[in-house]
Design a binder for this molecule. Sequence first.
Ligand code: MN
Length: 316
Amino acid sequence: MSNLGRAPQLLFEEPVPPERSLVEITAAREVDLGEGTPVRRLLPKRARSTIGAWCFVDHFGPQDIAAGRGMFVPPHPHTCLQTVTWLVEGEVLHRDSLSNEQLIRPGQLNLMTAGRGIAHAEESPPDHPSVMHGVQLWVALPERSSRVDPSFDHLPQLPVAEASGARVTVLVGELLGERSPARTYSALLGADVALDIATEARLPVPPDFEHGLVVLSGEAAIEGSSLWPGSLMYLGSGRSSISMRTTGPARLLLIGGEPFREPLFMWWNFVAHSAEEIEQARADWVAGRRFGEVHGFDGPRLDAPPLPPGRLLQRG
Ligand code: MN
């Protein structure tokens, strides 16, 4: 998944003190990924660009792609982040500049660690299922890990826990005593919560984490407030559980982590800890340095958009 905006704005977040016990619901921005792939962008927001180290949440579908090409995101670069891909329905083919080629299906996790730099492309495979539905998220790397070697992990199976009618798949981190094998660089949680008809569940969570909830399908009352697809609920730290109630089947995405306490820069597909690193990453992509080649994709790579006029944000 890529930030395809023609003139993306630079986002800069100062570390903010955790807002304990806060509950906040914000609406997604509708973004077109190109080729008719609409996406609900739930993070980043001007007012809040991170939940833990999660810094980007795109929810796509369910979309009928039987008559079309489906997802088609040409090769593009990333730095200082991990991409996490999780599907409810459909299939996505990933290719990257480390020569990985991997089809992902529902129940599996693709985790790409950009570190100092990687390029990848994502598309619906030629004989794709008729429906595409899923999420792609980014995790910002802390400064101490920002230049790790790039890597790609495909996790075909993830731990599942049951809790009062909820089927919880642990994508990242630990929940209900189950731990995901996904590699992480900060204290982080990601889980898919599948609820049956008329379920009431209470999930224990670490009080020092802040959390975010997205309804992937159906509708749910979280801590007493209604939530449906297209909205993100933010829950501040200081709670030891999250209550969930449904009147019908629903799928939820739960993300969380320790509040990210480092300044963060985001522009186009780059995350960095300084404006200079963003400028250098763009220059390296334009010059064909650092990120390597994605082979096997039928089409040209994405061009970097122009930087905003003038110098990027000054530090301090
Ligand atoms: Mn991407």
